[in-house]
Every structure is written in structure tokens, then in C-alpha cells.
Design a protein around this ligand. Structure first.
Ligand code: SAH
Ligand code: SF4
Ligand code: F3S
Length: 487
């Protein structure tokens, strides 16, 4: 776990006999000190460890938020459980599509059964789903065993909520409509010792007509460049070699700061940090991916040769109704510029199929972009109606059968281009960061290329976290089998 020394010092200076301070992050330090006190006492009482489990749904933002939650739980003295049968269970939820909601409710139902057999178990639900009133009402009505519900804007107060939950019975709910501030310096755990994500912006201002994110994550806010750089430096000092800069639209980074700083400038600064070997970012919106950013990627070998550039649709008519602010031709021109400027770059994308009013002619356009750009990979989603978004009110919703037929068409085109793109790398030797022991066969290590593709190589756990030179021997569609070679 990465401990920010500043925060650790705050905790050590806390006097639990005085009331909790009003200022942040001092207030959270006070509550964390108190939670640690309570956990120590309870462990003694029970004569065993207390455990936690955090189940994460959704995107990289949520993954990073979960690391912040875990950082607090670990500092409070809980140890991680192997399953949801734990003393403190957290569901960090996503609501971007309906099936994300359904999965959480299913899991929550089962957690209720676990709680019956585990006295003192606490269950928390947080994240994007609970920013929607209807979901909170549903939990209040049908999942009454839940102890704590908190939203995305007040996550920084988790230590306080944790402490209150440990000390009280009944359901505690705190959801805010908007963020009041960005609180720096709180501790965060890391899933991997050698790579990490760092938020650069929170929220989104784009209001794509299908998307719930701006409603559940609020308006866009940038972290100050010095805070981001300080965090990256600390991570590097702590052994992290790969950092992913996270934002719903990284290109608009810095526009809201008192002293504006562009995303390209920030990227260049992060590249200067010693010890970092690879820098990634997610997600650039095609409407404003600047030439400066392309140049910075081209000129800095540390930046991954990978641009995730969500297309959503290739039809101008649909793009307009989606409120995406680019046309098919503009998207293609941008992708071609990226390919021309950055050798070996991979371009991946997100596509939504079955948006209101969409028909097979629109899908022809989408498939045309898929083939023209030649995506290295694509996540294809069936449109999911999100209450409260403009698209949900559009009258021409597409029948499920049509959605699924159009989905199959797009998927087939995507698979063809992706296989072709991977195939042409066969035989090359490239740098790959060893990430983990292969889940299916422990004689192999799974490593990630700069272009985000995976390669499995014979090896052992000591390689994890190291940058390897790997020959890509055998292409298996989206991934490779390879061998480590000497430089
Ligand atoms: N900010 C990022 C992505 C956020 S959500 C961006 O703009 O690209 C991740 C992906 O989920 C989106 O790219 C989109 O393809 C998909 N998505 C969002 N809302 C959706 C909906 N209502 N139905 C289906 N897919 C959706
Ligand atoms: Fe959603 Fe669009 Fe914002 Fe991405 S840019 S989070 S798709 S509103
Ligand atoms: Fe889901 Fe929230 Fe991310 S809705 S995709 S977890 S921002």
C-alpha cells in the first residue's frame, strides 16, 4: 500500500479526545484514526482478523476509486478477504448500461444471505449507481440489510462513513448532487505494485445524448498539475513503472484551472518523471484530440503506442443525435493522421449499436469506418436506455431483435480488422511489461505491449513488473504467444 507520508503524519498527530476537525483532509485523518482504534479493539474482542472485500464494476475511474477505498480499509486495520464473505463488504457500482445495474442487484441479494451467517458484517454500496435516486429507493425498499450508501462526489469522506458505520446500526445514506472540492493526499492502495492509474479530471461536460456519466459524476473538474505530478513522482519512487492518466475526456484537461495547462503540456511533464517507463491515458474524445497531443505522443517513446478513440457510430446522422460533435469523415481523417504520425500505434474504439433511429444503412457507415481505420480492437455495446438522458426520450427506440442483428454485423467487422492488425505483428520483437502469472497456465507470464496487446511468454513470477523484450511468435487473434529474447 502506498502511504502518503503527509496523511500518515496527520493521523499520527490526531488527538481522539478532541472533536473531529472541520478541515479536510484533517477531518478524514481523525476518523481514520478512530476507525483504526475501533478495529483494533474489535479484533481483540473477536480473537481474529477483521476482513474486507471491495467488488468493483465499471471503468478505470471506479477501479481507481476502489483503490482509495481499499487504502482506507487497510489503514483502518482490515485485511483483504478472498471472497465476499467478509466483515466489511463494499460494492463500487457502475450504471453506464442496464446490465451493470442488474449485476449489482444480483450480487447484493446474495450478500444479504452471507450477512445472516456473519454477525457484525457491514455492507456498503457506492459508485455511480447510487447517484440515481431510483436505485437508492430500491435498496432502501428491497435490500434493507445494506448499512452504508455513499455517492461519487463524497468518496473522500469514506473514512468518516466507515467509522460511523462501525459504531451504529441501521442504514446510513449520504449522496451529494455535486462535488464540493477535490481533496488531495488521502491514502490509496494499489492492485498492482508496478502500475497505477491517476485521475487527472473528474466528471464530464460532454453530455453525449445516450450517456449517464455526466449525471452521476458531475461537471468536469481538473486536478492541479502539481498535485498530479507529485502523485506520479511518489508512485514512481514507490516502484511504479506504468501510469495511466484518467479522465472521461482527457483532452479538455486544464481548461477549468486558474492557470490553464493543456493535456499536451501535462503529458510532457509526466514524461520527465524519472523511473516511469510507460505512460497511458484514457479517454481522448475525438472532437478535440489536438495536434499537440499527437506530437507529444510521437516524440516521447515512454508514451504507449495506443490511442483509445471512441467512435460510437460511423453515421453522421446518428453522431449528430448522439451529440458527439464530429462527422464520419472527420473521425477517419483524425485516425489516419494518428497512424501517419505515430508508427506502430494501435487505435482501439468503443461502438454503440442500436441507438434510437439507427438502421442498417447507419450500420453500413459504422462498418465502413471500422474497415477504413482498421481498429486494433473495439468494445461493441448494445445501446442501453438510461433514464434521464436525452436519448431515452427519443421516440424511435430500436427493437431488441434489430439491435442484436446489427450488433452481430459490427462485431464481425471488428473481429476481422482486429485479427488482421494483430497478425501483421507476428515475428516482431517488442517491449512488453510483465503483468501477472497467466491465469490459465502458471508456466506462462502475461505481458502487455506498448500498443496494449497481450503476449503470453514462458516464465516465472519473478518477472512480474519487469519490462521484457519479447518476440511475437504466434498470433491467436487478439493476443500472442511469444518468447523472451535478450536485448
Ligand atoms: N468517456 C468515455 C467513455 C465513457 S463510458 C468516452 O467518451 O469515450 C464507456 C463507453 O460506454 C462509451 O464509450 C460508450 O461506448 C458506452 N456507453 C455509454 N453509454 C452507453 C449506453 N447508454 N448504452 C450503451 N453503451 C454506452
Ligand atoms: Fe459519456 Fe460522452 Fe462524457 Fe464519454 S464524453 S463520459 S460518452 S458524456
Ligand atoms: Fe460506469 Fe461510472 Fe465509469 S457509470 S463507466 S463506473 S464513470
Amino acid at each position: 500500500m502506498m502511504k502518503t507520508n503527509y496523511f500518515e503524519n496527520l493521523i499520527n498527530e490526531i488527538d481522539l479526545n478532541s472533536p473531529p476537525p472541520e478541515n479536510e483532509p484533517q477531518r478524514q485523518a481523525w476518523y481514520l484514526a478512530r476507525a483504526a482504534h475501533l478495529v483494533t479493539a474489535r479484533k481483540k474482542e473477536a480473537g481474529r482478523d477483521l476482513t474486507f472485500r471491495v467488488e468493483t464494476f465499471g471503468c478505470q475511474m471506479n477501479a481507481r476509486d476502489s483503490e482509495k477505498i481499499i487504502g482506507i480499509l487497510e489503514r483502518a486495520g482490515f485485511s483483504e478477504a478472498a471472497s465476499e464473505d467478509a466483515d466489511f463488504l463494499v460494492y463500487n457500482t457502475c450504471t453506464v448500461r442496464d446490465n451493470a445495474d442488474q449485476r449489482v442487484f444480483g450480487r447484493l441479494g446474495r450478500a444479504g444471505h452471507l450477512k445472516r451467517n456473519r454477525p457484525g458484517m457491514k455492507i456498503a454500496v457506492c459508485g455511480c449507481m447510487v447517484q440515481e435516486k431510483t436505485n437508492v429507493e430500491k435498496i432502501q425498499k428491497s435490500y434493507r440489510f445494506v448499512d452504508l450508501i455513499f455517492g461519487t462526489h463524497n468518496l473522500y469522506r469514506f473514512a468518516e462513513y466507515l467509522c460511523n458505520t462501525l459504531e451504529s446500526e441501521g442504514m446510513q445514506i449520504e449522496i451529494w448532487d455535486r462535488a464540493d472540492r477535490i481533496v488531495e493526499a488521502l491514502p490509496a492502495a494499489r492492485k498492482y505494485s508496478f502500475k497505477s492509474g491517476t485521475n487527472i479530471t473528474f466528471g464530464c461536460n460532454n453530455f453525449c445524448s445516450y450517456c449517464i456519466v455526466p449525471y452521476v459524476r458531475g461537471r468536469e473538474r481538473s486536478r492541479a498539475p502539481q498535485d498530479i505530478l507529485r502523485e506520479c513522482e511518489q508512485l514512481a519512487a514507490d516502484g511504479v513503472v506504468e501510469i495511466m492518466l484518467l479522465g472521461q475526456n482527457v483532452n479538455s484537461y486544464g481548461k477549468d484551472l486558474e492557470t490553464p495547462c493543456s493535456f499536451a503540456q501535462l503529458l510532457e511533464e509526466v514524461c520527465r518523471i524519472e523511473g516511469l517507463k510507460r505512460i497511458r491515458f484514457m479517454t481522448p474524445h475525438p472532437k478535440d484530440l489536438s495536434d499537440d497531443v499527437i506530437r507529444v505522443v510521437r516524440d516521447n517513446a515512454k508514451i504507449a503506442r495506443h490511442i483509445h478513440l471512441p467512435l460510437q457510430s460511423g453515421s453522421d446522422r446518428i453522431l449528430k443525435r448522439m451529440n458527439r460533435h464530429y462527422t464520419k469523415d472527420q473521425y477517419i481523417a483524425l485516425a489516419q493522421k494518428i497512424r501517419a504520425q505515430i508508427p506502430d500505434v494501435s487505435i482501439t474504439t468503443d461502438i454503440i449499436v442500436g441507438f434510437p433511429g439507427e438502421n442498417d444503412v447507419d450500420i453500413d457507415d459504422t462498418i465502413d469506418v471500422v474497415r477504413t481505420v482498421g481498429f486494433d480492437n473495439a468494445f461493441t455495446f448494445i445501446y442501453s436506455k438510461r433514464a434521464g438522458t436525452p436519448a431515452a426520450k427519443m421516440p424511435d427506440q430500436v427493437p431488441e431483435a434489430d439491435k442484436s442483428r446489427m450488433f452481430d454485423r459490427v462485431l464481425q467487422a471488428v473481429q476481422e480488422t482486429a485479427h488482421g492488425r494483430a497478425q501483421h505483428l507476428t515475428g516482431r520483437t517488442m517491449e512488453a511489461l510483465a503483468e501477472e502469472v497467466n491465469v490459465k497456465d502458471s508456466r506462462y507470464i502475461t505481458a502487455r505491449l506498448s500498443n496494449n496487446m497481450l503476449v503470453h511468454v514462458p516464465g516465472d513470477p519473478s518477472m512480474v513488473g519487469k519490462m521484457l523484450q519479447v518476440r511475437l511468435d504466434d498470433c491467436r487473434g487478439f493476443y500472442f504467444f511469444g518468447t523472451v529474447v535478450e536485448k
